[in-house]
Design a protein around this ligand. Sequence first.
Ligand code: M6R
Length: 369
Amino acid sequence: EKGGYDYFMLKEIAEQPKAVADTLLGRIDASGLLTLDEVRIPASVLREVDKVVIVACGTAYHAGMIAKLAIEHWTRIPCETELASEFRYRDPILDQRTLVIAISQSGETMDTLMALRHAREQGARVLAVCNTNGSTIPRESDAVLYTHAGPEVAVASTKAFLTQLVACYLVALYLGQVRGTKWGDEIRAVIRELSDIAAAVDTVLETMEPVRALARSLADKDTVLFLGRHVGYPVALEGALKLKELAYMHAEGFAAGELKHGPIALIEKDLPVVVVVPSPRGRSVLHDKIVSNIQEIRARGARTIVIAEEGDEAVVPYADHLIRIPATPTLLQPLVATVPLQVFACELATARGNEVDQPRNLAKSVTVE
Ligand code: M6R
């Protein structure tokens, strides 16, 4: 059942192009707009929504952090993303005009379930983004948009994450479509870009051998840091989480702008630092800022591992290791930028002799609070 792969995780990483394409399937009508029939929350209710709150844990939370940026950018509805385990304990402000999105691969995560129960008690509508048909979280929600990743067996989430992102982009666009904050042509353009992503993920997967070799060369390190900005920040957090779970290494993700507010004190000779570089097009200010971050950490002797778009030449002089990803629109970059980090963590785990699919102390679904 591992389809010729040594681990489920490797199989699931390889399945990502299909998982992404499947999650779009049947959700785009002949005119290139969205038909999310599953989202049974009436358009009249969605038009009244004045706040979106996303609750999730772990990797799903990272998807939620990216979703927040897409939702606010495309719909102009204020959106916050919160760890499900923190949510109900702070007495959050919720009412009938709040749309809560609960993201969960398993649909059984107790923290997320308790957060959504709390939200519904306060009158909020809950939309689940879930990978498991008929599981508890979608059953207790007002509506569900299923991700079509297929069963995810490895404890470390990979293809579920990419499909959570796709589903969240669809929700964001759908909200824009229903509320008229995005014009038909703009929606069609983003959908076309999303439809191209599966092929881009495939391209990334074909070029992973140097990433594996790099991972093996770092097997005796204690710490790896990850930096990113904007959508690259959750990607950095996700890269660090994968490394903790699989390689049992000290790994931390930072927003690159925070470096000078503390973490730069950690930089020392030969410390591996992975930097997720935003597209030089689009938000070019951020691109330039991150290039100076790379210069700063390299000047302090760190070993820079740079993930940058094809054609981004500005990073070349400062990258000890350069991992290329295809150019994508800014908000969609996590779909390609995360993949090398999954491969990196998986290979490091193997090199360190760890159990890839069943890391110590972890369960696939966490059904206790
Ligand atoms: O099933 P869920 O998506 O609700 O699970 C949430 C987290 O427990 C999960 O993403 C966890 O962080 C993964 N092991 C990460 O790889």
